[in-house]
Design a binder for this molecule. Structure first.
Ligand code: TXE
Length: 498
């Protein structure tokens, strides 16, 4: 078989694809009010394999009404926190029991290697559910003594309450991870939700629907609608019965959503794009740094918000870093997503393929040289070679804009202050990694770089307990950890005269 030939799907995957065109509302599968659908494309061979519903306004309204009812009648918020915790754990157990099927669906839908989905994605979705489940019994608020009231004359306390109905809008790069990282804290906080997965990759979110009912969630607590962003997504962001929007996606749409949510003043958290620097100091373990830099950009074909898309290597080691990254390129050479030998798959869609190839072209036209890769592969499917661009200038689009593909730009620096400036010369501020054995330099730089996460001698290490989000135009608010749950809550001060 050629590395670009897709394998046959399992019967379980075929069943999941065949029943995809449906919406999950009130713990039941329902048909759309209109007939519009969206093709499901396997990016490994660009073939249409099925259809998703493109939800109408009426469909979205129905899902929001179900979530609203479930929130307002207290069937979820008044459940014992231990029982809410148990439901979330059961959902994690059920995903674990079907991990192989989830991995395959993710590979077919998104193009990521099935082995990668099985080793990294599905387990991290499960970890997030389990971590957040525990918060259901631990959410609390601080009560301080009122400052201006006579002590003993008033009883004052603060309640932390669920914010209400949360609309969760997810992207296509890690479909199940993105869905669970929003569902889990929302449910732990006591919210009810409407999830809208990305129109390119809704298979695993839909499969989740079956498990929601089985895990014991009351009807209406979790609703799943598939559909396009400018229609179904937009309807959610302006819906008067939605109290909170959690969005992961492009900075451009993040701004659109923030503006749309302003009319009804919804709570909004945004996890947006990035252009994360990988800074390699002259004393770094170059083998580890080279492999780390390659993994930082080629993992999931660079379609990761924290992708290390700008390498800054000290002038003394620049050539050796480039050699190390080149050596890694063969390991990351793309293959069809169900090929067990693959470490990187195709990019997700025709649109993304064209966008990434256009960036490579634009970089070349602006004067960048291709050190590695630069081309596409295969006759069908969206395969792009692991690519490194050199001879770039700070203001080039390939240096400033998020490419979201397996393309990295590599530049030199001379000292720490200079590299801190270069690293911060970006509209984004999501992640950054520093490779060195010099602990002082590491911590000094960690303080200077404006990014939501800074890694030392690793990259893209993400943990459910560690706050995750962006500085500058990489987002608003934080997910994961205590702040991630609290983002789904409101505070209420109760002041009672005794
Ligand atoms: O993202 P969109 P796209 C970046 C990355 C990529 C680019 C474009 O640079 O190349 O975005 O990808 C929904 N109201 N990231 O166009 O459009 C949409 O249906 C409400 C970075 O696919 O932002 C989908 O569910 N919702 C990123 C989700 O938003 C709307 C991950 C994301 O789609 C909407 C993905 C609207 N008006 C892309 N329009 C990351 N931070 O990891 C779209 N959507």
């Amino acid at each position: 078989l050629s590395p670009f030939t897709q394998r046959d799907y399992s019967d379980a995957a075929k069943r999941a694809i065949a029943r995809a065109p449906a919406l999950f509302i009130d713990n039941a599968w329902v048909a759309s009010t209109h007939g519009a659908t969206i093709p499901i494309i396997d990016p490994s061979n660009a073939r249409e394999i099925g259809r998703f519903v493109d939800a109408s306004d009426a469909d979205v309204d129905r899902a929001v009404a179900a979530a609203r009812r479930a929130f307002d009648d207290g069937r979820w918020t008044t459940l014992r926190p231990l029982d809410r915790e148990r439901c979330i754990h059961r959902l994690a157990d059920l995903i674990e029991a079907h991990a192989d099927e989830f991995s395959e669906l993710e590979a077919i839908d998104n193009g990521m290697p099935k082995g990668m989905a099985a080793a990294a994605d599905i387990p991290s979705a499960i970890d997030m559910l389990r971590y957040m489940a525990g918060w259901a019994t631990k959410i609390s608020s601080e009560t301080t003594l009122p400052a201006s009231l006579p002590v003993g004359a008033y009883h004052a306390y603060v309640r932390r309450e669920a914010v209400g109905v949360a609309a969760l809008i997810a992207p296509w790069n890690f479909p199940l991870v993105m869905a669970t990282l929003k569902i889990a804290p929302a449910l732990a906080a006591g919210c009810t939700v409407v999830l809208k997965p990305a129109e390119q990759t809704s298979l695993t979110a839909l499969r989740l629907g079956d498990l929601i009912a089985e895990a014991g969630f009351p009807a209406g607590v979790v609703n799943i609608v598939t559909g396009n962003g400018h229609t179904a997504g937009a309807r959610l962001t302006t819906h008067p019965d939605v109290d909170k929007i959690a969005f992961t996606g492009s900075t451009e749409i993040g701004k659109v959503i923030n503006r749309a949510a302003t009319d009804t003043l919804k709570h909004v958290t945004l996890e947006l794009g990035g252009k994360s620097p990988v800074v390699i100091l002259p004393d770094a373990d170059l083998e580890a740094a080279g492999a780390g830099a390659a993994g930082a950009i080629f993992f999931n074909a660079g379609q990761i918000c924290v992708a290390g898309s700008r390498i800054y290597a000290h002038r003394d080691v620049f050539d050796r870093v480039l050699e190390q990254v080149s050596e890694q390129a063969a390991f990351w050479s793309p293959r069809a997503s169900l090929d067990p030998a693959g470490h990187m798959g195709p990019v997700v869609s025709q649109d993304q393929f064209e966008r990434v190839m256009a960036y490579i072209d634009d970089g070349k036209k602006a004067g960048a040289s291709v050190a590695i890769g630069g081309g596409s592969l295969g006759s069908e499917g969206y395969y792009i070679e692991p690519t490194v661009l050199v001879d770039v200038k700070p203001q080039m689009r390939v240096v400033q804009e998020e490419i979201f593909g397996p393309v990295v730009v590599a530049q030199r620096f001379d000292d720490l202050d200079e590299v801190a400036r270069q690293a911060n010369d970006s509209a984004f501020g999501l992640g950054a990694s520093i490779w060195t054995k010099d602990l002082s330099a590491m911590h000094r730089l960690a303080g200077k770089i404006k990014a939501g996460t800074v890694w030392g001698n690793c990259h893209s290490v993400i943990d459910p307990a560690m706050p995750f989000g962006g500085y500058k135009q990489s987002g608003l608010g934080r997910e994961h950890g205590r702040p991630g749950v609290e983002a789904y809550t409101e505070l209420k001060s109760v002041i009672v005269q005794l």
